[in-house]
Write a protein that binds this ligand. Structure first.
Ligand code: SF4
Length: 506
């Protein structure tokens, strides 16, 4: 029998993550942390929605003080939900926050002494490792004293220059960064930590997590994982990306806590996350099964490529829907014109039949099942059937699932952060307007990000960036270059549209 592995156990306040424990659901506040009454009320709403752990922006010492007040407020209301201080940048803030919060989230790159250095010889790389160890030791001591756990939060878009120099912006780089911190923390005798490897690209996020679990198992140092897809956006597209990334990993036995990040009110994340709980494979993870996964599309047969005119995963319909690539009938595949193309066994087709009348539940189930089939069996096509949904809805959902997995782009692609206490403009409203005005630019990637601290790094793959740069102001980017700074938010969507149109015309 194949051996199954479970992560170690880590305490977060009064809860335990990992091992045989239940999967826990997290979210993050998006109110200014210094507005303690508003943040307390938002946490209460998250608790009422069923959230298990809440993360709070804690970027400054002032926000550490606010966190203390929020904790007291919650305690006075008999609410004991664990609070995670989202520190990111400052080691000093992390140390102070570790005296208050149940857990502190840090970004590994911020423990480098020189964050601007771009070239690393082997000896530089090793010297930096020693500096990181020295820089993080005070935090470890405080965590030990205060029984505070840590989350090592590695994000695809914000790897340190040191990691980028050696590994590039890759899943391998994310894993190298995480493994380095496992080595440093465990060498210091500290084992109360979790890790997260997040990316806005679903397959990079999946690949990084799978690779990390395999490496941790090999090293006998399997720590719990927090799963999430960053900048997933809003609405159905945001849900598809999150559940495609998280749901498939849960099915493989990976993940101990999850966050479905949406550019919506944080409370809206919880019901979606709760719908993922049944996909959690409590049997643990098999390292042999992980070895067989693939994150890249399998090529279609030549005769199919010639018939459909491309080599991307396909949408198949059983009801003669003209918008689909192929029509499936009695074991054969036809073009919308009715011309016979191939037998169904010529295509690795994921066929999902469901009687579920709830659209969101069907979306989640179809997305997770296709995502798992893609990883395990190299799914090349999707066929959705549900008597409660019309064929154009099913076809659209199929295309959206392929886009969510980054396999095939059939419309404008949006990357949008969920916002947090660092956001100083109405991101939900602006994202809605950006989507309305730019819906017709198929294949273009537009990022809508809450702040200049993390926004520019995490939208590095986008063609255009729309980033909060101050109170009610936006800075526009073309790829990684600033085009116009500090535009009042009321004018920023028109400015973006003008920029895109002038680029297309030139
Ligand atoms: S990009 Fe900035 S505002 Fe958006 S979630 Fe990240 S830190 Fe918060």
């Amino acid at each position: 029998m194949k051996r199954k592995y479970y992560s170690r156990e880590v305490f977060v306040g009064n809860l335990v993550l990992g091992g045989h424990h239940n999967l826990l659901v997290q979210s993050m506040t998006n109110t200014p942390t210094t507005n303690t009454p508003e943040t307390t009320e938002q946490i209460k709403r998250l608790v009422a929605a069923g959230c298990d752990i809440v993360r709070v922006t804690t970027a400054t010492l002032k926000e550490v003080e606010s966190l203390k007040i929020i904790k007291q407020n919650l305690s006075a209301a008999n609410i004991n939900i664990p609070l995670v201080a989202d520190v990111h940048y400052s080691p000093l803030v992390a140390e102070k926050a570790a005296m208050v919060a149940d857990k502190v989230r840090i970004n590994p790159g911020n423990y480098l002494t020189d964050k601007t250095k771009e070239h690393y010889s082997n000896s530089d790389f090793i010297a930096a490792h020693q500096q990181i160890t020295q820089n993080i030791t005070p935090l470890i001591q405080i965590c030990k004293q205060h029984h505070t756990s840590l989350r090592i939060g590695v994000n695809w878009g914000s790897l340190s220059k040191r990691i980028l120099y050696r590994y590039g912006n890759t899943a391998t780089g994310m894993v190298a960064s995480a493994l380095e911190f496992i080595e440093i923390l465990t060498a210091e005798g500290f084992e109360q930590f979790t890790l997260s490897l997040k990316a806005s690209d679903v397959r990079i996020m999946q690949e990084a997590n799978v690779m990390l679990v395999r490496e941790m198992i090999k090293r006998n140092s399997y720590f719990p994982l927090h799963l999430g897809v960053t900048e997933a956006g809003a609405g159905n597209d945001g849900r598809i990306k999150s559940v495609a990334g998280i749901g498939a990993l849960l099915q493989l036995g990976i993940g101990n806590t999850i966050r479905v990040s949406l550019t919506e009110n944080p409370e809206a994340e919880i019901p979606v996350a709760k719908k993922l709980l049944p996909y959690y494979n409590k049997e643990g993870v098999s390292s042999e099964a992980l070895k067989k996964l693939s994150f890249h599309p399998v090529k279609l047969q030549k005769k199919i490529v010639e018939a459909v005119g491309h080599n991307k995963p396909l949408v198949v319909s059983s009801s003669g829907e003209k918008l689909a690539d192929l029509h499936f009938n009695a074991g054969s595949l036809y073009l919308p014109s009715g011309k016979y193309i191939a037998d169904s066994q010529d295509l690795k087709l994921t066929s999902i039949q469901s009687n579920n009348p709830g659209f969101e539940s069907f979306l989640i189930d179809a997305t997770v099942r296709f995502s798992v089939d893609f990883l395990k069996n190299g799914a090349q096509a999707i066929l959705l059937e549900n008597p409660h949904l019309n064929t154009s809805t099913l076809t659209k959902l199929s295309f959206d699932i392929l886009q969510g997995l980054g396999l095939r782009y059939s419309k404008t692609e949006y990357i949008a952060c969920p916002s947090c206490g660092r956001t100083q403009f109405n991101i939900m409203e602006q994202l809605k307007r950006v989507r309305q005005k730019t819906a017709g630019f198929k294949g273009l990637k537009i990022a809508v990000m809450g702040c200049m601290v993390n926004g520019p790094g995490e939208m590095a793959e986008a063609d255009y960036g729309f980033t909060g740069s101050g109170k009610g102001t936006i800075t526009l980017y073309r790829a990684n270059t600033i085009v116009k700074k500090n535009i009042p938010e009321a004018d920023a969507v028109d400015a973006l549209l003008k920029l895109i149109k002038s680029d297309i015309q030139s």
